[in-house]
Design a protein around this ligand. Structure first.
Ligand SMILES: NC(=O)c1ccc[n+]([C@@H]2O[C@H](COP(=O)([O-])OP(=O)(O)OC[C@H]3O[C@@H](n4cnc5c(N)ncnc54)[C@H](O)[C@@H]3O)[C@@H](O)[C@H]2O)c1
Length: 311
């Protein structure tokens, strides 16, 4: 499987390393602005691959080098001096939408059958932008979304209840951002319904504060999101049909349309094989609608970047 990563900064390089360590690609292409650094990263990863589980050819290149990829991962971002804001996702919407307007229309025709996986923030808005700018079918454009928030939530629940996080079914849905919400009506471990325990709500409140905590302590986050993206790539490669919350175009779920946000989706070789329409209680439906309204208003304010006159 040929995987390309466009934007090889702190997240992209960590994801490249995960892909090599897990043997998720036979060919890995790294594209970024600084070609000399990318040459070094590609060489270093190629050497790491010699100790990895399978053969992979790693190389740096330009957008042309992504041609005929099976998966293209978008992890590029504008630097702070050009409007990027690593701490405030929504503030990065405009500068990163400009970047996507430049890059996605070049990538899409080079790999017309690829799955496009968006990591760049605000991930829901840029997943929507990627869908519009590529013209790809909605099943082949997805964002890491709240997979990372759900992992943080499960990790906190796992620590409190001393149950392995794999055994905890707990979803954070909606925006990868402040309007995200936990599906408390469906938190289970081994068939035990946990959602009524006040500790579960407390764990979610902590989920909201842990990303800023990591950010304030080290200046960026990279490992958790790279693991989330690698998990998605693994499900695509293995056609495993694992279920995970990812950012996807919502198509009528609870009357919501034309916005990307996270819902539980089944991931396989074709990208999103299906989106699960789980039953939400009234409070959760209101939270989902709030998230959708917020994201739609941000997306609409940027529509000029994917209207046909400008791209
Ligand atoms: N979705 C999530 O959960 C999540 C988590 C962490 C970070 N992020 C986001 O991921 C993105 C990357 O984060 P980072 O810490 O790696 O940032 P970074 O600044 O370290 O890396 C960004 C990279 O993009 C490259 N780039 C910029 N313009 C490009 C272009 N036109 N073509 C190719 N490459 C280009 C830069 O050279 C740089 O290497 C940010 O938007 C960040 O907010 C998302």
């Amino acid at each position: 499987m040929k995987v390309s990563i466009v934007g090889v900064g702190k997240v992209g390089v960590t994801l490249g390393y995960s892909i090599v360590l897990k043997g998720l690609a036979t060919e890995l292409v790294l594209v970024s602005r600084n070609s000399e650094r990318i040459r070094g990263e590609a060489l270093d990863l190629q050497h790491a691959a010699a100790l990895g589980p399978s053969r992979v050819r790693v190389r740096g290149g330009d957008l042309e080098a992504t041609q005929n990829s099976d998966v293209v991962i978008l992890a590029l971002a504008q630097p702070a001096d050009q409007g990027g804001n690593a701490m405030d996702r929504i503030a990065s919407a405009k500068p990163n939408a400009q970047l996507f307007q430049e890059v996605v229309p070049k990538i899409a025709p080079l790999s017309p059958d690829a799955i496009l996986l968006v990591v760049t923030n605000p991930v829901d808005v840029l997943t929507y932008a990627t869908l519009k700018l590529s013209g790809f079918d909605r099943h082949r454009v997805l964002g890491t979304g709240t997979l990372i928030d759900s992992a943080r939530f499960r990790s906190l629940l796992s620590a409190h209840y001393e149950i392995h996080s794999d055994d905890i079914r707990a979803y954070v849905l909606g925006e990868h951002g402040q309007s995200q919400f936990p599906v408390l009506s469906a938190v289970y471990a081994g068939g035990w319904y946990m959602g009524k325990d006040p500790e579960v709500k407390r764990a979610f409140e902590k989920t909201l504060s842990v990303a800023p905590e990591v950010f304030l302590a080290k200046g960026y986050t990279n490992f958790a999101v790279a693991s989330a993206a690698a998990m998605i790539v693994q499900a695509i490669k293995d056609n495993s049909h694992h279920t995970m919350p990812v950012s996807t175009l919502v198509d009528g779920y609870y009357g919501i349309e034309d916005v990307c946000l996270s819902l539980p989706a089944v991931i396989g070789r074709e990208g999103i094989a299906q989106v699960l329409s789980i039953a939400l209680n009234e409070e959760e439906q209101a939270q989902l609608r709030f998230s959708a309204q917020h994201l739609r208003s941000v997306s609409q304010s940027l529509a000029e970047y994917w209207s046909s006159d400008t791209c």
